[in-house]
Structures are given as structure tokens and as C-alpha cells.
Design a protein around this ligand. Structure first.
Ligand code: NAP
Length: 291
């Protein structure tokens, strides 16, 4: 979907900065919403090779309303901002810049995006036993989200256990009451019970290595109640296939991507996107993926 509005002197600009940005789906989300709301707004990708600080300063000088920030700048961009929202500071990553007097305020809409996607799927984090596979930037953010939503137990499983331990220490600093522990992936058998909400936050299984999966043993999937793979390409990952084969519910990361965009759009335009409107954009994203 493209923005049906013609541009004129009053057109506002938003965009995404990153490297690379050529495969981004964000223009489909934001230009789709602009068309839907009849907002005079265009959203464009900005490939930023270096000089991140100058890019942010330049965006402000050009009266750009808001920016998304993607790989590899989500942490580094914080140094160029006027203010950083509390949750984004705890997560240590900003993916949305909102224009304010004298500069931009940074937010993290990835995690509220995942939360809204999960809510829509009827999956609660509150009082849940949450296991996170991976200990990269996204896994760290999921661990903060789970602690913030008062999950009953949080287990961070990673190939390199030291990285999982570092996440646990960081989360405990902000949420001292959280029941959070680090584990090696190979120790998954020690997970108690069969009601884990599993969030797959490694890059294993992403296109083109679609047959890869971080854990292939059936025994692991028996312990899971519902699983999310934050990967969305392919639409159904091997992790999701193994969950389904064990009779469990499985979701991919496309709705998280949708809602991180929607929350950013709502912040920029002070509007509210309904579930029905979100569903139209989601269909558009699916079409774009299969194009
Ligand atoms: P990252 O910082 O590079 O972390 C990668 C993680 O994957 C690490 O925990 C790493 O383990 C693990 N890993 C990589 N190869 C592995 C292997 N062969 N075996 C076991 N573990 C392996 O990545 P990230 O930025 O956190 O992103 C993680 C995933 O989230 C990506 O796949 C991305 O597609 C997805 N994502 C989705 C959305 C969305 O909107 N849906 C948004 C952002 C990211 P080690 O620590 O041992 O190396």
C-alpha cells in the first residue's frame, strides 16, 4: 500500500535510519496508515552509512516529525537524543524518535509491540513462566519486558551462557524481585513443568537457513505451552513447525513488527490505531512478504 496523498507544502516526513534499510517493511506500515487516516505524511528509508549524530541532527533541522532506528544504531543513537523514555533506557535500545522542543525523545516500541501482539493472540506474560532462547539485543529486551510485566519465572537460555548471565544481572538491577536465571541451551531438560511461554530470540532459522533450529529435541517442545519465534522470514520457521508438531500454539514475529510500527505511528500522530485497522496493514505486510 502506498500513501495515496499527493505531497504538498504541508507534507510531514517520517522515516527509518539504518544500514541496511533496503529490505525494510516499515514504509508499507506507515504509508499504509497515513493513507488510512488521510494524514498528509510520507515515510521514507534513509540509509545511514556513518555519522549517526549528524543524521539525527540533520533530521531535526529538516523538521522531520519522527524516525525509526534499526540495526546497527539502536543503542548508539541514544547519545544523540534530547531525552530517552524510561523503558527504552532500561532496555538499552531505542527504535523510535519523537520530535520535541530542541531534539528527539527516544522510545522503544519493539517490546510494547511484542506485548500488544501477544495480547491480541491471548498470551499473557503476567504470572507466566517465560523462557527466552538467545541473549542478544532482542532477548535482553524481552527479558526486561517479562520482568516489567511480573512474569512468575524467567529463564534465559543461550549458547554462550556468559551473555545470558549478563542479561540476568542487568535485569536484576532494575527488577530485584524478578525470578530470573541464566541457563545453557543444552540444559533445557532442567526446566520444570510444561507451561512455558517460549520466546525464540536467536537468529537461528532465519532465511535463507530456514531448516535450522536452536533446539530440535521433541522433549523441549513438550515443556512449552505456547511459542513465539521473533523471526518472520520465513513466515513459518522450523521452530514453529516443531511446536505445532507437538500440538502447541506457535506465532511468528510479523505482528510484533506491525505493532512496533503502529505504536511509533501513534506517538508521532497522536492517534489510536484499532485492531481492525491493524489487520488491514498486517495483510498488506503479508502480501509484501510473498511478493
Ligand atoms: P543478536 O544480538 O545478533 O543475537 C543473536 C542471538 O542468536 C545470540 O543469542 C546468539 O547466541 C544466537 N545465535 C546465533 N547463532 C546461533 C547458533 N548457531 N546456535 C545457537 N545460538 C545462536 O540478534 P538480535 O538483534 O537480538 O536479533 C535476534 C532475532 O530477533 C533476529 O532473528 C531478528 O530477526 C529478530 N527480530 C525480530 C524483530 C521483529 O519485529 N519481529 C525485531 C528485531 C529482531 P550467542 O550469544 O551464543 O552468539
Amino acid at each position: 500500500m502506498s500513501n495515496g496523498n499527493y505531497t504538498n507544502g504541508k507534507t510531514r516526513t517520517c522515516g527509518v535510519i539504518g544500514n541496511p534499510v533496503e529490505h525494510t517493511m516499515s514504509p508499507a506500515i506507515h504509508n499504509g496508515l497515513a493513507t488510512m487516516f488521510e494524514h498528509n505524511l510520507v515515510y521514507v528509508p534513509f540509509h545511514v552509512e556513518a555519522d549517526l549524530d549528524k543524521a539525527v541532527e540533520g533530521a531535526y533541522a529538516l523538521n522531520i516529525l519522527g524516525m525509526n532506528v534499526t540495526v546497527p544504531y539502536k543503542s548508539d543513537v541514544m547519545a544523540s537524543l534530547k531525552e530517552v523514555d524510561k523503558l527504552a533506557a532500561q532496555i538499552g535500545a531505542v527504535n523510535t524518535l519523537v520530535r520535541m522542543e530542541g531534539g528527539y525523545k527516544g522510545y522503544n516500541t519493539d517490546m510494547p509491540g511484542l506485548y500488544r501482539a501477544m495480547k491480541e493472540d491471548g498470551v499473557e506474560l503476567e504470572n507466566a513462566d517465560v523462557l527466552i532462547l538467545g541473549a542478544g539485543g532482542v532477548a535482553r529486551a524481552v527479558a526486561v519486558l517479562a520482568a516489567d510485566k511480573k512474569a512468575e519465572k524467567i529463564r534465559v537460555l543461550n549458547r554462550t551462557i556468559e551473555k545470558a548471565e549478563a542479561i540476568v544481572e542487568e535485569v536484576k538491577e532494575h527488577y530485584p524481585k524478578a525470578d530470573i536465571q541464566a541457563m545453557a541451551i543444552s540444559d533445557y531438560e532442567k526446566l520444570e513443568g510444561e507451561s512455558w511461554v517460549a520466546i525464540q530470540a536467536t537468529s537461528v532459522g532465519m532465511y535463507p537457513k530456514t531448516e535450522d533450529v536452536v533446539i530440535s529435541e521433541e522433549g523441549f517442545y513438550k515443556k512449552v505451552r505456547v511459542g513465539y519465534d521473533l523471526i518472520f522470514n520465513p513466515y513459518e520457521t522450523k521452530f514453529m513447525k516443531l511446536l505445532k508438531a507437538a500440538g502447541k500454539e506457535a506465532y511468528n514475529g510479523l505482528k510484533m513488527l506491525l505493532y512496533q510500527g503502529i505504536i511509533a505511528y501513534e506517538l508521532w500522530n497522536e492517534c489510536e490505531v484499532t485492531k481492525e485497522q491493524a489487520a488491514v496493514i498486517y495483510e498488506e505486510m503479508k502480501k509484501q512478504m510473498s511478493a
